[in-house]
Write a protein of this length. Structure first.
Length: 396
């Protein structure tokens, strides 16, 4: 029986843990939370932080996995790279892991390899911020160099807003560095990619819906993209270039870009699967390709099944919310029986306090649908979401 070590046991990693067990693997999970939701589904648990590289490597040496993987979190990619190098397993190199998790090094790699990207300023600290701020054009985006999930991201229309946003972004950065870059205008997409032997296989292109300014938190996704075919060809090409620029040879890539008037330009990428159920749910529902199984296969040295089985539409929509304490949530059972609905999940349920959305972790819950095409799947999600009512303590 082959063995796999999954870095992380949170709700984000649960689909990979379950899939690995379904595939007949002996599964170890590593997480600093002894109550992580994925632990009961694994064979062994190691109470270690996913970003404690020396200790994670020690665990891996003792566990002796045939592969190591994570699903939709960025910084554990560095841990995986260290384990792969130490044990000779399939995965990204340490250099690639840094380029895929440090937005400054990432955009520098894009620049070096002529991958279309926004103009930018790399800001290491307050002193460097003071030196460059007079040369920044507005509007612009500021974001931490090493975080994800829209944490610390803000749109700035003038220097006063940027002054305030700098502290917000730097405070969300593990190392304190931020990146200031061009505000790209146009539709946003992500590209779901599997790379084998240096060749990028584009599984799907995802249309995105965000909250917009100032934080741009993702509130919905649908597949396949409804952009024109000529644009889709450009998107696929840029995604492959970006994955190559950071050095991904084997594994997943989640590539984000915006379609500007001058064509697609990169936002960023992750050397891992996409979150928000995009790769665990939407890709299988729209293509029949089990992307999670593909990533596991690559990790343990086996050939992934990349053959598309069908072409359908899939979508996810996050529920609207406002600030307050959740008293109850009504209409879920009715919504679950509506056409096309595959799943309804509540993240922050009864008795929890929620607020307006600043990052992906703030979202109260979501609806997933499958239908004949993307437009129909989106309509299914919206109908189900409309049937769900969040009642707050402040309401009667």
């Amino acid at each position: 029986m082959k063995r796999i070590l999954i870095i992380g046991a949170s709700i984000l990693q649960l689909p990979m843990i379950q899939k690995a067990k379904e595939m007949g693997l002996y599964v170890g999970v590593l997480d600093m939370d002894p109550n992580a939701v994925g632990i009961p589904f694994a064979d062994e648990f190691f109470c270690v932080s996913t970003i404690d590289i020396p200790l994670a490597v020690k665990v891996a040496k003792d566990f002796r996995p045939d592969g190591v993987a994570t699903l939709a979190t960025d910084m554990p990619v560095r841990t995986i790279a260290a384990i792969c190098e130490e044990l000779g397993l399939h995965g990204v190199s340490k250099e690639t892991a840094v380029k895929a998790t440090d937005k400054i090094k990432m955009i520098q790699a894009f620049e070096e390899h002529n991958v279309a990207h926004p103009w930018y300023f790399a800001v290491e600290n307050r002193e460097s911020f003071e030196k460059i701020k007079a040369g920044v054009q507005f509007p612009c985006i500021i974001k931490p160099a090493d975080n994800s999930g829209s944490r610390g991201v803000a749109l700035n229309n003038n220097i006063e807003e940027m002054e305030a946003s700098y502290d917000y972004a730097a405070g969300s950065s593990r190392g304190g560095a931020v990146i200031i870059e061009e505000y790209l205008v146009g539709p946003e997409v992500s590209v779901e990619v599997i790379v084998t032997n240096g060749t990028a296989h584009i599984l799907q292109i995802t249309d995105k819906l965000t909250t917009g300014a100032p934080h741009f938190v993702e509130m919905g996704h649908s597949q396949p993209s409804r952009l024109p075919e000529e644009t889709l060809v450009q998107i696929k090409s840029l995604a492959a270039q970006a994955a190559s620029a950071v050095g991904i040879k084997d594994g997943a890539a989640h590539v984000e870009m915006i379609i500007t008037a001058d064509g697609p330009k990169m936002v960023e990428l992750g050397a891992r699967m996409g979150g928000d159920c995009i790769t665990t749910h939407l890709v299988p529902l729209s293509t029949g390709i089990d992307m999670t199984a593909c990533v596991i296969n690559i990790a343990i040295g086996e050939k992934p099944d990349l053959e598309q089985k069908f072409e359908k539409g899939s979508a996810i929509r996050y529920l609207p919310q406002k600030e307050g304490s959740v008293k109850r949530i009504e209409g879920i059972r009715e919504a679950e029986t509506m056409p096309g609905i595959q799943q309804i999940s509540i993240v922050h349920g009864e008795g929890t306090s929620v607020h307006t959305i600043h990052s992906s972790g703030d979202r109260i819950g979501f609806v997933i649908a499958q239908d004949d095409n993307a437009a129909a799947a989106v309509a299914d999600c919206e109908s189900a979401a409309a049937a769900i009512r969040v009642v707050y303590d402040s309401e009667r």
